[in-house]
Design a protein around this ligand. Structure first.
Ligand code: AMP
Length: 415
């Protein structure tokens, strides 16, 4: 099957076309045949980047006014005889569409085929993710308008992997009414990524799901940690929204909720202004005053910039805190897995995080750590380390494509 994997943000449309099917999963013979990104959707100078495997990339700037127009632009590129995507000549060669949907609330514990009822339920979840779900819905609606019922569409939720968390992990210690009336609870995000690296780990070691007792660290622009018992999420650092937990590129992560009232009373702005600051101007960007990109901060820190050094230390300390918490919750773990932009590439940050955890059984091999960059999958702990440390590159799009196949073929996932 050729699956069109779509990830719509408020002003961006990201896609991949992946050739995959059930019999290809075991041998990992599924292949990405094209990918692309349209940024600044809604503007006259939207930035277009398309790439068919083995072909030079297409980069242009043109007006793209909405998500529908963005998808039509992708279609036009795909159907252009000059494009030459392996196995794809027109939309008739696309067999299914897999959408990334950020929030599935309590309703969606696995990926589902999209119909009118599912659409309405995703809309209901928009309250919980006002920055993300409306954009995901725009993508779904645009595909329905353009392709009608001809191509099945599947929704894969960021939250659903964490639906196995026990009550004591997902409830907040506030009056129960707020959960019952408004569904205020921890949901967790990056589920596709945590699930993917856990699956890869299981395959690398050749062990059954029941033996996967690990901590997964998705450290990218957004960051989250998860504790997995028997391959299932039992806790994760993000909460009702992706603001809670680790220090991130621009998000604060955990902080005393009283800070919000205090700042409000000091006249720093409306509640919305304060939340905008916590989401977009905080994290390592806010602390360093320089950048949300780890590469910039590592360079500045090396040159002696104190605020960059502080941002790095705070980032590492928060991750350590969650490792400690999850080791306690899991009563020990077999492995810690680093993934996403920082987790897969930052030798320094992995070292800072693991440094001083020797007594907990975590011993990094400095040489192996240096080798694990640029998408390499590698065990980076010393041979005698009680807890193994791995770098496993994530591939959320592949999981989205495989889930799409499973749903369309009506085969339940077994991990
Ligand atoms: P992601 O959200 O997974 O795409 O991660 C993006 C982030 O990864 C960037 O903002 C950087 O902070 C970080 N990153 C990417 N490459 C490197 C690198 N070579 N060294 C350190 N950090 C990196």
């Amino acid at each position: 099957m050729n699956v069109f994997v779509l990830n719509c943000g408020s002003s961006s449309v990201k896609f991949q076309i992946i050739n995959t099917d059930l019999e290809m999963f075991d041998t990992d013979s599924d292949r990405r045949v094209a990918k692309g990104l349209i940024e600044r959707v809604g503007k006259d100078d939207a930035i277009i980047n398309f790439e068919a495997d083995g072909q030079p990339p297409v980069k242009t700037t043109e007006p793209i006014h909405d998500h529908r127009q963005a998808i039509l632009r992708i279609k036009k590129w795909m159907e252009d005889p000059a494009t030459k995507i392996n196995g794809i000549h027109s939309w008739d060669d696309i067999h299914a569409i897999g959408h990334r949907v950020v929030h599935g609330g309590e309703k969606f514990t696995k990926s589902v085929k999209i119909d009118k009822e599912v659409l309405a339920q995703i809309e209901e979840c928009s309250d919980l993710a006002p920055l993300h779900n409306p954009a995901n819905l725009k993508g779904i609606n645009a595909c329905s308008e353009i392709f009608g019922d001809r191509i099945p569409q599947v929704a894969v939720f960021d939250t659903s992997f964490h639906s196995t968390m026990p009550e004591e992990a997902y409830m907040y210690a506030i009056p129960l009414d707020y959960y019952e009336k408004y569904k205020v609870r921890r949901y967790g995000f990056h589920g596709t990524s945590h699930r993917y690296v856990a699956y890869r780990y299981r395959k690398l070691l050749g062990i059954p799901k029941e033996k996967v007792n690990i901590i997964t660290l998705h450290l990218g622009n957004g960051c989250s940690a998860a504790a997995l018992r028997k391959g299932e999420s039992i806790n994760t650092s993000m909460g009702l929204t992706p603001l809670e937990g680790l220090v991130m590129g621009t998000r604060s992560g955990d902080l005393d909720p009283a800070v919000i009232e205090y700042l409000y009373n000091k006249g720093t702005g409306s509640v919305a202004d304060i939340f905008n600051m916590l989401n977009k101007k905080s994290g390592v960007l806010g602390v360093s005053g320089l950048s949300n990109d780890m590469r910039d901060l590592e360079k500045a820190a090396k040159e002696g910039n104190h605020r960059a050094q502080l941002a790095l230390k705070m980032f590492a300390l928060r991750v350590k805190k969650y490792i400690g918490a999850y080791l306690a919750e899991l009563n020990g773990a077999e492995a810690i897995i680093f993934t996403a932009g920082i987790g897969e590439n930052s030798v320094l940050m992995r070292k800072m995080i693991c440094n001083g955890l020797e007594n907990l059984g975590i011993e990094l091999d400095e040489e192996l750590n240096k080798q694990a960059v640029g998408g390499k999958c590698l065990k980076i702990s010393k041979a005698g380390s009680r807890i193994a440390v791995w770098v496993i590159p994530t591939n959320e799009e592949l999981l989205l494509a495989r889930d799409t196949v499973r749903v369309v073929r009506d085969v339940p996932r077994n991990w």
